[in-house]
Unconditional design. Structure first.
Length: 155
C-alpha cells in the first residue's frame, strides 16, 4: 500500500511540474530549435569563461561554467542526431579531469585538463568534417570586459 502512495505522489509532483513549466514557456518556445552553430557558439563562450575563471582561481565560477559547457554539449547531441554520440562522449575523460582539477583547486591540473578538452573539441570537429573550426586555449586576459573573474568577497 505504501509504495503505491509514493508512486502516486511522485506522479502528481511530475504532472504539477510539467504544468508549471508550460506556464513559463513563451508561445513560440515549442517552435524554436537553436541552430547547431548557436549551441556551439555558446559552448565556445563557456570554454573561454571557464578558462578565465580557472586562471583567476574562481573555482566556484569555473565549476558553474563547466556545468554550462556540458549542458551545451548534451543539448547539441540531443537536438542534432546527426552528431554521433561517441564524438561527444569522447570528451568525458577531459571534462571529468577538468571537474577534478576544479574540485582540487589545482591550477596546473586545470590548465592541462582544459588543454586536453580543447584538443578533444578539435578532434570532434575534424571527425565531423569541420576541421576549419579550430579551438585554442584562450590567451586574451580579459575579452569579457563586462565581467569580473577573480572571486569576490561574499556578503
Amino acid at each position: 500500500m505504501m509504495p503505491r502512495i509514493w508512486v502516486l505522489a511522485l506522479a502528481l509532483m511530475g504532472a504539477a511540474t510539467a504544468v508549471a513549466a508550460q506556464d513559463l514557456r513563451s508561445p513560440s518556445a515549442d517552435q524554436y530549435v537553436p541552430r547547431l552553430g548557436d549551441i556551439m557558439s555558446a559552448a565556445q563562450t563557456r570554454h573561454q569563461k571557464l578558462w578565465l575563471a580557472g586562471k583567476a582561481q574562481n573555482w566556484e565560477l569555473a565549476a558553474f561554467e563547466l556545468r554550462q559547457l556540458k549542458a551545451s554539449l548534451v543539448e547539441a547531441a540531443l537536438l542534432y542526431s546527426g552528431i554521433p554520440v561517441s564524438n561527444v562522449t569522447t570528451l568525458e575523460p577531459s571534462l571529468q579531469a577538468t571537474s577534478d582539477a576544479i574540485a582540487a583547486k589545482d591550477g596546473r591540473k586545470f590548465a592541462k585538463a582544459l588543454g586536453d578538452l580543447t584538443e578533444g573539441c578539435n578532434a570532434c570537429h575534424r571527425s565531423m568534417g569541420r576541421s576549419f573550426v579550430v579551438m585554442k586555449v584562450p590567451s586574451d586576459p580579459q575579452p569579457f570586459a563586462n565581467q569580473l573573474f577573480p572571486p569576490q568577497a561574499k556578503p
